[in-house]
Design a protein around this ligand. Structure first.
Ligand code: COS
Length: 384
């Protein structure tokens, strides 16, 4: 643990109260407006939520992975769009710098990411390459002491509000694969960088995504993360290894929220003269939710502790993301079923979670990519 126990418990308690008292009451408003209100963003900044994972030396709270995951359990108890507002600053929008950045890059960008003055975003996926990350084609051609970026990035979370992008671009030849990819830090106001219209989507209204377009966008050579060409793919993979644990933590929080809502409804709603929770078929659904959620939680806590102990967690991280995101999909489906007609109505909010959780099985690596990573690591271990 990086914080002393008492300080960390206080932080957890503060986040728990913030979620229950400030965020939950405004879920419907955010979904309707497709926007997180400024007053809530200010409160998130004041609580330090933009810098949970950023080291204290650079202005963050410096949580270790277990602590970050436990905070994610709490943050999951409300609409995932709220977490998304500061999620990229703690995850894929900052961790490239934290893990592989130069000291100068850390000093320049991390304090502003930690305070929430700067919003970070991660631009890897392209119209033709997403799961096949090693094949991306956005190019970065060297021109004196500058690089000229050209290409389009797609489905980029928080792009519409971002000030700083971590951009994966190809400095090697078209067919140079993973080794030809370099990670650049590109400020949003750099000439040649523009955004597409925010995309309309199935759920998570309030979390916005768009294309990011580079047309002869010139960046200095010190924009390369770590200062070395060809390391970008590995940086991206390390960032995703960690990010998958916090997403899994959020999945567990959402599942716990839906289980609580389902328990309340099953206790209050009566049919055949009795609360529906007294019927065994409803009980079976509740039991499956609770069991699967507890299993996911144990797996994620184990992976987080191992990561903090310095063990490689590529396989475990993929297992967590795979299991936790599929688990919350099943829990949300049962929550709609337990709520019956009410589960299908917008007014109860359950259908909103059902749509929101669908993304967890897709972003930061689809379930199929997680399966592939797990099996590849298993075979590698077996060969050794
Ligand atoms: N940590 C550190 N290094 C890693 C790594 C990890 N988790 N995973 C791979 N690497 C390294 C490999 O060791 C290899 O290095 P060497 O060339 O020095 O041996 C290099 O990176 C290339 O790895 P690999 O050959 O495994 O690349 P592949 O093209 O086969 O990778 C997968 C395939 C599926 C693993 C990869 O493309 C991937 O994770 N895709 C999903 C991307 C994603 O999540 N997209 C969602 C959008 S981002 S929000």
């Amino acid at each position: 643990m990086s914080l002393d126990r008492e300080t960390f418990e206080q932080l957890l308690d503060t986040v728990r109260r913030f979620v229950a008292e400030r965020l939950v009451p405004r879920e419907a408003e955010v979904a309707e407006a497709d926007r997180i209100p400024d007053d809530l963003l200010d409160e998130m900044r004041a609580l330090g939520l933009f810098g949970l994972s950023i080291p204290e030396d650079y202005g963050g709270i410096g949580l270790d992975v277990e602590e970050e995951v436990r905070v994610a359990f709490e943050l999951g108890r409300t609409s995932p769009a709220f977490r998304s507002a500061f999620g990229t600053n703690n995850g894929i929008g900052s961790q490239g710098i934290v893990i592989d950045g130069t000291e100068d890059q850390k000093r320049r960008y991390l304090p502003k990411l930690a305070s929430g003055a700067t919003i970070g975003s991660f631009a890897l996926t392209e119209p033709d390459y997403g799961s096949d990350a090693a094949s991306i084609q956005t190019s970065a051609r060297r021109d004196g002491n500058l690089y000229v970026l050209n290409g389009t990035k797609r489905f980029i979370t928080n792009a519409p509000s971002a000030d700083l992008f971590t951009v994966m671009a190809r400095t090697g030849a078209k067919d140079s694969g993973a080794g030809g990819i370099t990670a650049f830090l590109v400020e949003a106001d750099t000439p040649g960088l523009s955004l597409g219209k925010p995309d309309a989507k199935m759920g998570q209204q309030g979390a916005r995504i768009s294309d990011v377009i580079f047309e002869d966008c010139r960046v200095p050579e010190d924009a390369i993360i770590g200062g070395v060409e060809g390391q970008g793919f590995k940086t991206a993979m390390k960032v995703l290894d960690r990010g998958r644990l916090t997403i899994s933590g959020t999945c567990i929080g959402v599942a716990e929220r839906l289980i609580r809502d389902s328990l309340r409804y099953a206790s209050e709603r009566k049919q055949f003269g009795k609360p529906i929770g007294s019927f065994q078929l409803i009980q079976a659904m509740l039991a499956d939710c609770e069991t699967e959620c507890a299993a996911a939680k144990a797996l994620v806590l184990d992976a987080a502790r191992r990561k903090d102990a310095g063990e490689p967690i590529t396989k475990l991280g993929a297992m967590c993301k795979y299991y936790a995101s599929e688990m919350v999909g099943r829990v949300a489906d049962r929550a709609v079923q337990i709520h019956g007609g009410a589960g299908y109505l917008t007014a109860f909010g359950i259908e909103r979670f059902y749509r929101d959780v669908r993304l967890f099985r897709i972003y930061e690596g689809t379930s199929q990519i997680q399966q592939l990573i797990i099996a590849r690591e298993m075979l590698k271990e077996f060969r050794q």
